[in-house]
Design a protein around this ligand. Structure first.
Ligand SMILES: Cc1ncc(C[n+]2csc(CCOP(=O)(O)OP(=O)(O)O)c2C)c(N)n1
Ligand SMILES: [Mg+2]
Length: 684
């Protein structure tokens, strides 16, 4: 593949549109070829990786980074930087090359040479928190785009409150795969609905995926699809810098989100592999690279970037320094209390005093007037106190607001007309919601929380997994957490979901037993700065078991004795959520038979597992009979009750019936607990 005439012609002066920054002194082609060369050399050295996308999208990325993107490599965390999301994370070398070329200190040439190696900051796919300048972890196609939607929401919401100090764009580079994934539809529909006009998607429209031509499996007109979702969409030649620049320039003043389909050639410059899927995901090989160097007119050794080209790139990297300095002044000029509030939120620090006061009065009121309510209602009660106390909380629901109880009385809905609202009607888009929440959390300044049914955590799961991997504070309220939801039946009754969520490293899964535990679990979720949480809550009412005012957060230990035995316990019953009160009744039945039993509530397996051994041993105790009770599958419980412990829960799907009948049918009752204990003690 030879250079296109457009690209060859581009060693001349560039006519730039008024809104675009002046074109850099070195020819565009040379700057773009620097990306191509680094990508093919790094992939070759690593003997693995994806040269196709960086080589194909180099022109688009060069125009964006050298002329539009507002960023300061010296301050990767500058709050008002434009966000750039490489949704097609397999093209990571594109991003690493840009970070090196524009002068991010941590991204040295050495790191580029150590692409994909242990301990490098150049992992196979971009990882948030690992590499300065990487805004979100990408690789699972479609999620970067959906995460970027959350960043764009965060920008609008914070701008509504803090005015001019928040005013930036969110750019996305998305591939065919990103747009084929179902999540893309949730994301673009939500973005179009909210008229997120500062979101700009550059679509690497190369007509190639791994299996070959895109036409093997797809015939969507993406421009029409985006338009139908309320976007401004157009097509450009993705190797014509001037066309790309004018399309991006046009996007700056759009009243809706913008998609620019950039027609590119994958592996651009590779003599035999350009335009073919063979350039997508494996090293080009020595001969092909040699040929590419000839075709691209790039006569430099591997990893060598000529000084003038590097200088042009470094100049592009300092392009926004003035804007950054102006912004610093703007921030300094805001009223001090407001500025402190903005800085606190962007740092992700909680308002410690107001949170503590809210928690205190919440617990005090629950102890004074106990509430025998569903934990989803207890969650709403907690939110009535927490939402005013923690102004960065932005709630929502995937069309189950009334069932999830996530909207407090005072919460205004967020809309295109009013972004100051703190409640988002996400629509029936669980995955899109969870990914957008990650984007909000990554943007900073917001603690997002959501609502859906626990059974639909499966729909949101890939984004919860990424939240766990990235360490983002996204809080998922997931109600209707067992067969206790009753008549909706087995399609809606989660059975394996608690175990499945507990299986994801770094997720906190909470299943509170009553209104007080619900309040405490909310506090723990808010305080867990570097991890996502799931609050599994009931539809059915639960008695309030905790009636003493504990200033400490008792749930913080993950498990604790909630009902003590008379004398040395012969039976320890461990339970979570709605099954804790059943366990307490079971212990009473045993007491009536002269058997001392204790009950341990386990609101969080993860927090309990993190306790020191002696604490864990004391809570687990040494009663000869251990019983676990949870209206879900056993998986994971052996860590607490041992493999010879008795488990009372579910081993099949549920059924459609009133919930009390279901608990009887599936044998999750106080009687069943007492009988099982007696049998094990040889007394039945
Ligand atoms: C959810 C998900 N499914 C599958 C993959 C594996 N994968 C990586 S890239 C890719 C498709 C490549 O096509 P395209 O997105 O057009 O990228 P290009 O080859 O044009 O760079 C696939 C299937 C993935 N990363 N994420
Ligand atoms: Mg493609």
């Amino acid at each position: 593949m030879l250079m296109s005439p457009v690209q060859q012609a581009f060693s001349m002066t560039i006519q730039v549109t008024p809104t675009a920054a002046a074109a850099p002194a070195v020819a565009h082609t040379n700057m773009a070829n620097a990306i191509r060369a680094l990508a093919m050399d790094a992939v070759e050295q690593a003997k693995s990786g994806h040269p196709g996308l960086p080589m194909g999208a180099a022109d688009v990325a060069t125009v964006l980074f050298a002329r539009f993107l507002k960023f300061d490599p010296a301050a990767p965390d500058w709050a008002d930087r434009d966000r750039f999301v490489l949704s097609a994370g397999h093209g990571s070398m594109l991003l690493y090359a840009l970070l090196y070329l524009t002068g991010y200190e941590a991204m040295t040439l050495d790191e580029i040479k150590r692409f994909r190696q242990l301990g490098s900051i150049t992992p196979g796919h971009p990882e948030f928190g690992h590499t300065p300048g990487v805004e979100t972890t990408t690789g699972p196609l479609g999620q970067g785009l959906a995460t970027a939607v959350g960043m764009a929401i965060a920008e609008r919401h914070l701008a509504a409150e803090f005015g001019g100090v928040v005013d930036h764009k969110t750019y996305v580079l998305a591939s065919d795969g990103d747009l084929m994934e179902g999540i893309s539809h949730e994301a673009i529909a939500l973005a179009g609905h909210l008229k997120l006009n500062k979101l700009i998607v550059l679509y690497d429209d190369n007509g190639i995926t791994i299996d070959g031509a895109l036409s093997l499996s797809d015939s969507v007109d993406q421009v029409k699809r985006f338009e139908a979702c309320g976007w401004l969409a157009s097509r450009v030649n993705g190797h014509d810098p001037q066309a790309i620049a004018s399309a991006i320039a046009n996007a700056q003043t759009s009243d809706r989100p913008v998609m620019i389909a950039c027609n590119t050639t994958i592996g651009y410059g590779a003599p035999t592999k350009a335009g073919k899927s063979s350039s997508h995901g494996s090293p080009l090989g020595a001969d092909e690279i040699k040929g590419a160097r000839v075709h691209l007119d790039w006569a430099h050794t591997p990893f060598e970037i000529p000084a003038d080209i590097l200088k042009a790139w470094r100049t592009a990297g300092t392009r926004s320094q003035g804007v950054h300095a102006e912004w610093n002044k703007k921030l300094a000029a805001i009223e001090p209390a407001k500025r402190a509030e903005f800085e606190r939120r962007m740092k992700g620090e909680l308002p410690a005093q107001s949170l503590a006061a809210a928690m205190h009065s919440l617990k005090e009121s629950l102890v004074a007037t106990p509430k025998d309510i569903a934990s989803r209602a207890a969650s709403e009660f907690a939110l009535e106190a927490l939402v005013p106390a923690v102004p960065e909380m932005v709630g929502g629901s995937a069309d189950l607001t009334g069932s999830n109880n996530t909207r407090t009385k005072s919460m205004k809905a967020m809309s295109a007309a009013d972004f100051s609202g703190r409640f988002i009607n996400y629509g029936i888009r669980e995955f899109g919601m969870a990914a957008a929440m990650n984007g909000m959390a990554l943007h900073g300044g917001i603690i997002p929380y959501s609502g859906t049914f626990l059974v639909f955590s499966d729909y949101a799961r890939p984004a919860i997994r990424l939240a766990a991997l990235m360490g983002t504070r996204a809080i998922h309220v997931m109600t209707h957490d067992s067969i206790g939801l009753g008549e909706d039946g087995p399609t809606h009754q989660p059975v394996e979901h608690l175990a499945a969520l507990r299986a994801i490293p770094n997720v906190l899964v909470f299943r509170p037993a009553d209104a007080v535990e619900t309040a405490e679990c909310w506090q723990l979720a808010l305080e867990a700065k570097d991890r996502p949480s799931v609050l599994a809550l009931t539809r059915q009412n639960l008695p309030q078991l905790r009636n003493r005012l504990d200033e400490d957060n008792v749930c913080a230990q993950g498990a604790y004795e909630i009902a003590g035995p008379d004398g040395a316990a012969q039976v320890s019953i461990f339970a979570t959520g709605s099954e804790v009160s059943i366990a307490v009744d079971g212990a009473k039945l045993l007491a009536a038979k002269g058997i001392a039993a204790r009950v341990v509530s386990v609101p969080s397996f993860e927090l309990f597992a993190a306790q020191p051994d002696d604490v864990r041993r004391a809570v687990i105790g040494n009663a000869p009979v251990k019983i676990g009770v949870e209206a879900a599958v056993r998986q994971g419980w052996d860590a607490i009750i041992g493999s010879d412990g008795i488990f009372i829960g579910m081993s099949t799907f549920g059924a459609s019936a009133p919930f009390k009948e279901l608990y009887k049918k599936f044998g999750i009752t106080a009687d069943a607990i007492a009988e099982a204990a007696m049998r094990k003690l040889g007394k039945a």
